[in-house]
Design a protein around this ligand. Structure first.
Ligand code: SF4
Ligand code: SF4
Length: 343
């Protein structure tokens, strides 16, 4: 059976965000005074291509009329940046215009001060057996996913699925998706301070000739990466793109299966890299508009179908459809869709 994907062209987006939320029936799912998590991306420092606070405000205005209590959700990044801890991430978001009086919803970084807060969910999926999910999601049953659709150097593209999977997992989950290997210590940077030994929950780190060494029982929680004051603990970004994409679909499935969620893909500012890129790239094609659906596979497929030739030109070595294929295989959604154009 085909999933319904709503489409609004770029020139009509502002006026139709509320309309799509209404005709999709999502507003009817919002119980009075319950919390609604709104997943956004505030953009890396120096990047101006993230989803604008004005568009986020349109969505918040509409859902707030139902009496629901929206909050803008984000998590800390795995890599070192202003978005790697809650305080500087929030400051960056405010400086990017996500102020309460502008977007009408507070900011919540939901995985603790430095990405240390998570819960584990067991799965029966092929690759991810224990998903590490941001702790703030534990009691949250309603989500609105406001994703910026664009290219990505590891997965080919990033849209609704990636915004959920990477954006709502804890640092250990991000590590699991990104890296085949455990973290390793760069001996030239290690100052033997011992901070990582104290932080490791399974005592996997010891000193060998005054340099920290990660042992075999490391399970990739990323705590040591977070705490090392000298950036000596690093990650091998060598996970094959296809495995990253499979795990991404599996994290999205694990997070979404307990939550009523409606997804938007804003296919605008279509840049080769994602909003984590610390610079403002030029779009590779004109804005398309937004797609919206309950089905995260169908919505990513619909948006990807509009830019697939360009993405294959930019990343000829990648197969960007693995996330979609695997997402369909594990029951996350369907790649078959019908477009309902809204004007
Ligand atoms: S926290 Fe960093 S610098 Fe300190 S012992 Fe561990 S690896 Fe070395
Ligand atoms: S990733 Fe976690 S389990 Fe592995 S060494 Fe670091 S703190 Fe320990």
């Amino acid at each position: 059976m085909k999933s319904t994907v709503y489409f609004v062209p770029a020139s009509l987006m502002n006026d139709n965000i509320g309309k799509v939320l209404k005709i999709s029936g999502f507003l009817d799912l919002l119980p009075y005074r319950r919390k609604l998590g709104v997943k956004v991306h505030f953009g890396e420092e120096g990047n101006n291509n993230f989803l604008s606070p004005k568009l986020v405000r349109e969505a918040i205005k509409t859902v707030s009329k139902c009496g629901v209590q929206p909050a803008l959700l984000e998590t800390s990044t795995l890599y070192r940046s202003k978005r790697a801890d809650a305080k500087s991430h929030t400051e960056l978001a405010l400086s990017h215009g996500f102020r309460l009086n502008q977007v009408l919803a507070p900011i919540e970084i939901i995985d603790g001060k430095r990405g240390e807060g998570y819960f584990v969910k067991d799965t029966n999926l092929p690759n991810v057996k224990k998903a590490k999910i941001a702790k703030g999601l534990r009691k949250l049953g309603l989500l609105l996913n406001l994703a910026h659709f664009k290219g990505h150097f590891v997965t080919g593209f990033g849209g609704a699925l990636k915004n959920i999977a990477m954006g709502l997992s804890a640092k250990g989950g991000k590590l699991e998706m990104h890296s085949l290997s455990k973290p390793y210590v760069n001996p030239d940077k290690c100052k033997s301070c011992g901070t990582c030994l104290d932080a490791c929950p399974v005592d996997a780190i010891s000193f060998v000739r005054y340099v920290a060494k990660i042992g075999l029982n490391c399970y990739g929680c990323a705590s040591c990466v977070i705490v090392c004051p000298n950036a000596a603990i690093q990650i091998k970004w060598n996970e094959a793109s296809e495995m990253t994409q499979q795990k991404l679909a599996e994290y999205a499935k694990t997070i979404l299966e307990d939550r009523k969620t409606f997804h938007f893909n804003f296919a605008i500012n279509l840049t080769p890299n994602c909003d984590c890129y610390p610079g403002t790239e030029k779009p590779f094609m004109p804005d398309i508009g937004f797609f919206a659906s309950y089905d995260p596979v169908a919505i990513d497929q619909a948006a990807f179908d509009r830019i697939d030739e360009k993405i294959k030109e930019i990343y000829p070595h990648l197969n960007p459809e693995v996330t979609l294929e695997h997402g369909e295989k594990i029951g996350l959604g369907t790649r078959e869709y019908q477009i309902v154009e809204v004007e």
